[in-house]
Design a protein around this ligand. Structure first.
Ligand SMILES: Cc1cc2nc3c(=O)[nH]c(=O)nc-3n(C[C@H](O)[C@H](O)[C@H](O)COP(=O)(O)OP(=O)(O)OC[C@H]3O[C@@H](n4cnc5c(N)ncnc54)[C@H](O)[C@@H]3O)c2cc1C
Length: 373
């Protein structure tokens, strides 16, 4: 399938990892999603690795191992060739992408309420999927004591809480898919019945660029993204280099970065310290810490997800939820019926144009992002 699509439609001269290096990595357009390394490693080609946030040849000796298949180039979320196919498949005609429905909602679980970034919807939906045995594992992002994101695969709902909340820096979530065999081993350890590695069922949580990479792999029907059954996309205005951001935090609000309890981006940047004091800072004050790849990005609401989640537009402690696929629609229906989430009901006077006004707001925010680029 991958071969047919590539040969038939897009590839005249196959581009390979060396082209990715020249066009995307060396020009600072790489979003460090880890898709290229995950694909290559899952094939056991032994060619590239992730060094920090940079995909690169394992060593000079490994350059010759490159099969020149070109797939790393074509699945990269920052390259163009597959985008027309992807847009067609996901019915994307404008900056908002396909919107099946839009709601605001919050979790009914007290612990998730406390830990979740907005309405705790992502963690709640993952909990539900574990509860009804629709997934064996989920790809999320945890964090260390300095709030640095750590990509992680989790195998049970009990491990989920630690991943709640947002880290506004890169978490190379796709990289976790490097080795499906060890993932399968862990799933078997947890007493799930896996007879074939291709039976693994995972949910993926990520930023718009990461969801785009997963969908490109799925378009080509290649490993390891074939095990992803649910794609949960996060709204994302921009992603920060935490080292630079924390220097600016110190300068702008004179707060010690180690005393930050939570950060949240809405219209402005909100920083809560460990004593509960909340600082509101204009986003542009932290512009110098924004990662370069975000400047070219035209996605805010994760157009390629089954369901997209953000805080913008929702009332306090709710998540804004864009349902994009039938799978997403069924999941939101079922999780609501099961009582895991409470949908927000607009007041009588706003109910008639509530959805249109939210879509309008998110469209404007998307265009702000595009125009800022
Ligand atoms: C870099 C970034 C920028 C964002 N910018 C905006 C914005 O401008 N406006 C807006 O409305 N929303 C933004 N969001 C989304 C928002 O912060 C929440 O993630 C979203 O509202 C879901 O909240 P929740 O309470 O439903 O999720 P929760 O239940 O709290 O779960 C959050 C999920 O996000 C995952 N996660 C956390 N950090 C990362 C990361 N760095 N990379 C990948 N996955 C991660 C966690 O593993 C967890 O599964 C951004 C998110 C990120 C990661």
């Amino acid at each position: 399938m991958a071969d047919v699509l590539l040969k038939k439609t897009v590839l005249k001269d196959v581009k390979i990892f060396k082209d990715l290096e020249e066009e995307i990595i060396k020009t600072n357009k790489c979003c460090a999603c880890g898709a290229c390394v995950a694909y290559c490693s899952s094939q056991m080609f032994d060619v590239i690795k992730m060094e920090g946030y940079t995909p690169q040849f394992i060593s000079n000796a490994n350059v010759d191992n490159c099969k020149e298949c070109g797939l790393c180039y074509y699945i990269c979320p920052q390259t163009d060739p597959l985008m027309n196919h992807l847009n067609e498949k996901y019915q994307i005609k404008d900056e908002m992408g396909f919107v099946q429905d839009i709601i605001a909602a919050k979790t009914t679980d007290e612990k998730i309420k406390e830990m979740g970034q907005d309405g705790g919807l992502v963690t709640t939906l993952l909990t539900y999927l574990f509860d009804i045995n629709k997934i064996d594992a989920a790809i999320v992002s945890e964090y260390d004591e300095k709030l640095n994101p750590i990509p992680k695969i989790i195998y049970s709902k009990e491990e989920l809480l630690k991943s709640s909340g947002t880290r506004y820096s890169i978490s190379s979530n796709i990289l976790t898919l490097r080795d499906l065999y060890s993932i399968a081993e862990k799933i078997v350890e947890k007493n799930h019945q896996i007879y074939d590695i291709n039976q693994i069922r995972m949910a993926f949580v990520g930023t718009p660029c990461q969801c785009r990479a997963i969908r490109k792999m799925q378009l080509l029907n290649i490993s390891p993204a074939h095990v992803i059954k649910y794609v949960f996309g996060l709204f994302c205005m921009e992603n920060y280099d935490y080292e630079k951001l924390f220097q600016l935090v110190k300068k702008v609000i004179n707060e010690d970065p180690t005393n930050i309890a939570k950060m949240n981006i809405k219209k402005n940047f909100f920083i809560t310290n460990k004593e509960g004091k909340v600082y509101e800072v204009e986003l542009k004050k932290f512009d110098d810490a924004v990662r370069n790849h975000c400047h070219d990005c035209d996605e805010f609401t994760s157009r390629f997800a089954d369901i997209s989640f953000g805080g913008s537009g929702a009332v306090q402690k709710n998540s804004m939820v864009i349902i994009r696929t039938k799978l997403g629609e069924e999941l939101i229906r079922d999780v609501t019926i099961a009582g895991y989430i409470d949908k927000f009901t607009p007041t009588k006077s706003t109910i008639s144009d509530w959805k249109a006004s939210k879509i309008d707001l998110l469209r404007r925010m998307t265009n702000n992002k595009i125009n800022k680029s």
